[in-house]
Ligand binder design. Structure first.
Ligand code: DLL
Length: 442
């Protein structure tokens, strides 16, 4: 019989029991963080709170929020809650050198993270009889390692492909009869297109499911990928700060992602006031990691805007569901799966002696993000040959690649030619339409 859950006793635990478990874990976690992280202890002292004030989840709201700015300030080890010798791994977000977020893991942390990914794989209908092609990037990015570890736990045959090299992906997918594909949704769509170009029909592959995440994607994109590959496509969510993929995942109902609530407690807040909003409200998602040892974050503001629902799910899981992220409460962009802040572009421009008047234009062509940056030249920067301009554009694109990890196409344009709207610069034009406009009903 098909296995429905990876850890049934946890995934279907009655809500009251789950809340009790969360409270017990939170009390311990607050003490652990207070005792071992001076940065966090200071934040609590400033608010006049001690671990004794936190008796359960109902007291969580008393704790201060933690933001990406805190994580950057504490770079690289300021939030480490165990001796470094007890850690076995790091991962890191993309971003400016020296300001990246570095997440540390003990073996226990890796285990619980891989369990979360294993739950997602089983929820996608897979077992130890499956062949799991992991085409997320391996390395500092969490996607590859997370799904790889989950695949091992379930006992799938794991194909550690990493991202890119489409020819090889297709060869291994077909020759080794991959049944589960894990990658970003845009890469899944790109692979589907490439398969079609090579003359393969959807029924020619053995795939039955895909686990896609790390960037926004719409229901329309889901339908396209499902039809093009002949599979069921499941969403998966997570962020480096909380471990990586698997914080939440979709089940057979494909209607919101179950949050692994025994490890991550979710709140929705008003991003402007910080007020905790009731279930069903749209707001910013905040996570508390209840039992991570090395890098436990209490009330971490994700900046992702979404809705939570505890309506019963036909799959039998009791864990709360989150909608797809519907936007961000900051200006972070996700381009080809990489997190990019417009301020990083500005930093490069100023460093390279250019004006900070620029505009980022994003679009999606053949399921690939296009990434153009228009930069106004200063009057004294004109090169009078076309070759000269092209050389300048290439050098600037290379400097941006070093900063961001992905390659933009740079266009140097004449001074004052970028349109200002009511005097304000419009920094980003995003034509990709990655977010569904319809409201999630839970
Ligand atoms: O993207 C972890 C991950 C890897 C998730 C593989 C799923 C699959 P970061 O690079 O730290 O971590 O980026 C985290 O990506 O705050 C969201 O804005 C966005 N994001 C992640 N998953 C989804 C998703 C990984 N399913 C940031 N839908 C998060 C929409 C997503 N956005």
């Amino acid at each position: 019989m098909e296995q429905r859950y990876y850890q049934p006793e946890i995934e279907t635990m009655p809500v009251e029991q789950l809340k009790k478990l969360q409270s017990e874990k939170l009390v311990k976690q607050v003490q652990h963080v207070y005792d071992n992280v001076p940065y966090y202890r200071n934040l609590m002292d400033e608010k006049g709170i001690t671990p004794a004030d936190i008796k359960g989840i109902e007291d969580l709201h008393k704790l201060p929020f933690l933001t990406k700015a805190d994580l950057r300030e504490a770079y690289p080890t300021g939030l480490l809650a165990v001796p470094q010798k007890d850690c076995v791994r790091i991962h890191s977000t993309s971003g400016t050198t020296g300001r990246r977020v570095v997440a540390f893991y003990t073996q226990h942390d890796v285990d619980l993270w891989e369990d979360c990914c294993a739950r997602a794989i089983v929820a996608a209908g897979c077992s130890n009889e499956d062949v799991c092609q992991v085409a997320y990037g391996y390395g500092l990015f969490t996607g590859g390692s997370g799904l790889h570890g989950g695949s091992h736990k379930v006992g799938c045959l794991t194909l550690p492909m990493s991202s890119g090299n489409t020819e090889r992906q297709i060869q291994f997918m077909m020759d080794l009869n991959a049944t589960l594909l894990c990658c970003t949704p845009s890469y899944a769509a790109y692979l589907a297109e490439s398969l079609k170009e090579q003359g393969y029909k959807p029924e020619d592959n053995k795939l039955k499911a895909g686990i896609f995440g790390a960037e926004p994607w719409t229901e329309e994109m889901r339908r396209n990928i499902q039809d093009a590959l002949g599979i069921k496509a499941y969403d998966i969510y997570g962020l480096t700060e909380t471990s990586g993929p698997g914080v939440a995942f979709e089940c057979s109902q494909q209607n919101g992602m179950h949050i692994n609530e025994d490890h991550f407690y979710a709140e929705i807040i008003d991003p402007d006031t910080g007020e905790v909003l009731p279930e069903g409200s749209k707001g910013e998602l905040v996570f508390t990691s209840l039992d991570k040892e090395a890098f436990p974050l209490l009330r971490y503001r994700t900046r992702d805007i979404c809705v939570l629902s505890r309506k019963p799910c036909a799959c039998g899981r009791t864990h709360i569901r989150m909608s797809k992220p519907m936007g961000r409460s900051d200006d972070m962009l996700i381009i080809r799966g990489v997190n990019v802040f417009p301020s990083q572009i500005e930093t490069v421009l100023l460093k390279e002696g250019y004006s900070p008047n620029y505009q980022i234009v994003l679009d999606r062509v053949n399921n690939n993000d296009t990434f153009d940056v228009n930069v106004e030249l200063n009057p004294d920067q004109f090169s009078d040959t076309v070759g000269g301009v092209t050389k300048q554009e290439k050098a600037l694109a290379a400097a941006m690649k070093t900063m961001l990890g992905i390659n933009p196409t740079v266009h140097l344009v004449s001074p004052k030619s970028i349109v200002r709207s009511e005097g304000k610069a419009v920094r980003v034009i995003d034509k990709r339409k990655l977010i569904d406009s319809n409201q999630w009903k839970g």
